[in-house]
Write a protein that binds this ligand. Structure first.
Ligand code: G3P
Ligand code: MG
Length: 238
């Protein structure tokens, strides 16, 4: 069974990693939501892709050097009339209680070391009692090991480099699943994973032909900026 995950929300159509994009994703009826988290200067967790606020907001600076209050004063740059802000993880988790989507929290700790991010995120999920609906993922494979020690939720190893054997990677990290850039996946590698019971989710599948191809290969998760499109293709196939 393949499932559709909205990558940074319905980010092909709405500003990425915003409540607007998440709510629009939910309306498509897709199975899951993927978003990215960083730690602020005052050890809060915010939902944003980059290490800095420069690209997506009207502010400047690294998340690690800004407090939650400072971050909350910023607006997301977009052509939309409605002024979106960077959501905190708590806000998103609070909203998530109103629906049934699976939540893939990607810890963005591969470029910057955020001491204790894993514990902080796991604690917030527990506070909101959402443990049953969470998949953690990260490109930081040391962090995968930490997460596996402190949570019983699914933990996926992310990778985007060619030449990696996903079965060996998952086994070496004791990871539950593989999240890979579609460019480095092959049908054979996917079958190897399937034979070892390792779910494979691919990002970022946006073109119809690409989504169709991997649905035909029986992948576990389509991580896409266009969940509505992917959902339609999936429904047509089933
Ligand atoms: O989690 C899949 C995907 O989001 C990883 O890449 O850079 O879009 O966070 P990125
Ligand atoms: Mg991501």
């Amino acid at each position: 069974m393949s499932h559709v995950f909205a990558h940074r929300g319905s980010s092909g159509t709405y500003p990425e990693n915003t409540m607007l994009a998440f709510k629009k994703a939910e309306k498509t009826g897709c199975y899951g939501l993927e978003f990215d988290v960083h730690m602020t200067k005052d050890r809060e967790v915010v939902v944003i892709h980059d290490e800095t606020v420069n690209r997506t907001t009207n502010g400047r600076g690294a998340i690690k050097d800004l407090t939650l209050d400072e971050i909350k004063k910023l607006y997301i740059k977009s052509g939309w009339l409605r002024k979106e802000k960077i959501p905190s993880l708590d806000e998103v988790l609070e909203w998530a209680k109103s629906n049934e989507m699976l939540i893939n929290i990607e810890l963005k700790n591969d470029k910057i070391f955020y001491e204790g991010l894993e514990e902080l995120v796991v604690q917030k999920v527990a506070n909101h009692q959402l443990q049953d609906r969470i998949i953690y993922s990260t490109f930081n494979h040391e962090s995968v090991k930490i997460l596996k020690k402190i949570t019983s939720c699914e933990v996926a190893a992310l990778y985007s480099r060619k030449g990696i054997n996903p079965v060996l990677l998952a086994q070496s990290l004791n990871a539950d699943a593989i999240h890979a850039n579609f460019r480095v996946m092959t049908p054979q590698l996917m079958r190897d994973c399937q034979q070892h019971g390792i779910p494979v989710r691919l990002y970022t599948l946006n073109k119809p032909a690409l989504i169709q191809k991997w649905l035909n290969e029986g992948l576990s998760g389509v991580i896409t900026d266009y969940p509505e499109l992917a959902q339609k293709l999936k429904d047509k196939k089933e």
